[in-house]
Design a protein around this ligand. Sequence first.
Ligand code: AMP
Length: 357
Amino acid sequence: MTETLPQGATIGILGGGQLGRMLSAAASRLGYRCHVYDPGANPPAGDVCAQVTTAPWEDVAALNAFAASVDVITFEFENIPTATLDLLEATRPIRPNRRALAVSQDRLTEKQFLRDLGLMTAPFAPVSDAESMAAAVAQIGAPAILKTRRMGYDGKGQARIMAPADADAALAEMAGADAILEGFVDFSHEVSVIASRGLDGRVAAYDPGENLHEGGILRRTTVPARLTGSQRADAVLLAGRILNALDYVGVMGVELFVTQQGLIVNEIAPRVHNSGHWTQNGCTVDQFEQHIRAITGLPLGDGHRYADVVMENLIGDDMDRVPDLLTERDVALHLYGKPERRAGRKMGHANRIVSRG
Ligand code: AMP
């Protein structure tokens, strides 16, 4: 038997963006309160949670007070400083665990972990200076992508190398940060699996979604993805393997490239994932509720999908389309309450039901 958090217990969430907002809403449906910790003022999650702390990640007093006020801690993004986590973990459980965070915070550690599990990744080599860059280009060849090992998201901290002559400029773009050179994967399309593992070790996965990126940012997720039956099974099984290897608790996004050689793992995200937003209108238990169920010790939903869905992100000026989207019969809107619109900023998403199963 696993211990279940009682009704009225408080979940601490590190990060108060849209993912924290949707986690808070799901937690409240299950009778839990949320306390969000975010260094930025007025985080989107603040509108829907019971309590917000606005303080830097280094504020020991604020972190201690936060930990004392919650029963379990989770997070909505992976780049939380190690010292912050050390301090919090001294008094409260962090779910998913630190190993999952450590693996996904560093692209090199992540790739090595995946390889050690016997999964396929892009060819890769570490880069820290001109010498290792030259060795990496000689090993991997071109085209390739140079990525910072840490703190990259939505295609940021990346430079493409179309020919070996581009190497110097790409290295300069890393601004001294440790990097990884990845061989360019010749994929037909990109898919992701949103999988979860409960406190009792049980695993559930949603049907894989097909992802379209534009400028490094997710534009659209379509379910079902174009996959054969065996590819679909493969995707779910490999996600389960990752979750079990990490003794993971919570929801994880596993991004995959579909190639002639099989499924190649691009990256893992130890949290609810943008490509899982479709579950809000395609499943009885969506990824946010699933995550809350996992970290509070409740049984997981089985991931059953009852509709075909296309999820589209509303980025920057896409917000101009909201009045029209509101008049469409089979569209559910999820807006994040961000007052300031900026190019490239995720402002909301629309789930379009394409057909019911
Ligand atoms: P990432 O931030 O690593 O998820 O990269 C963002 C997007 O860039 C991916 O979703 C792919 O569309 C593309 N990409 C990243 N790495 C590779 C690679 N090794 N080969 C081909 N495309 C890639």
